[in-house]
Design a binder for this molecule. Sequence first.
Ligand code: CUA
Length: 340
Amino acid sequence: MAGVIGQRGLPVLPLAAFLAGCDLARSPASTLVPKSDFGQESHRLFTLVLWIDVVIFLIVAGILVAAIIRFRERDPAALPPQVRGNPRLELTWTILPAVVLTVIAFQTVPAIFKSQAAPAPDALRVRVIGHQWWWEFEYPGLGVRTASDLYLPAGKPVFLELTSQDVIHAFWVPQLGGKRDTVPGQKNRILMTPTTPGEYPGQCAEFCGESHANMRHWAVVLPPADFDAWVARQKSPAVEPAEGSPAAKGREVFLQKQCVGCHTIQGASAGGLGPDLSHFGSRKTIAGGMLAPKGPEAFAGDLARWLRNPPAVKPGSLMPNLRLTDVEVAALVAYLTSLK
Ligand code: CUA
């Protein structure tokens, strides 16, 4: 192999292997396969700017290469012609970039305004609230509040109202478009229509402290009927465990421990610091989107690991190690996973 490529070709191998390994279009966090009108608009602008850049690069690189060849040193003693100023050339390289930038601005600025316009009256309003280190999603018109999983209906305009509870975060679901900062005391907006049902990963995109890298979430885009069913489930009262069941024991532990000070479970507690857990068992992800268990058994296992020592799983976690016994952890897992 090395003989065929020759020694000079060798440095290319790692690059080729790298590019073969990262199929950008199929990466779940790729902006190149947009799944909303906002994402498609961003992608259109990206493609436009990319091709303008390619043309500029070819022109500049071509002139550079031509200059290197044509004006290379032939006689070390000869002094090249000494030139001072060239108004025509200078005007050209001032006006041409100005024209290019104007074209890009006329394409970009309307797209920015469109993505944060006043919402249509039928748009679904979602308050997106950044916390260290998890996302809260509140649907004021629907009376639903959740965390880490953002459910949206396909084909309907969505109005995301972005803010933060503590420091600056940035909301970003690459396939839906973005990203946009969430700033305490300020409301930023994203107006978009998700086009395709699917599950799209999101990641906080503004350094916000120790567990910034662990501040994730999923956007779950559902067909409208499935979305309505999800809303109905979330609006239903929290499940009351049957008397004497393991879940009922877990409910007791929940009520006795500090959990109640930070978490809301409808009918059980009303804490506001941490995520609302009323329908925790229906979540795709836990621990601020950091853990995305695959299947019910993994869910219970991951949850137990989290409850035993949250800061060990997510450094800096505001949820402290409550020094729960294994029996208490098992009871809490039974209770929390029952809250569908
Ligand atoms: Cu929140 Cu980075």
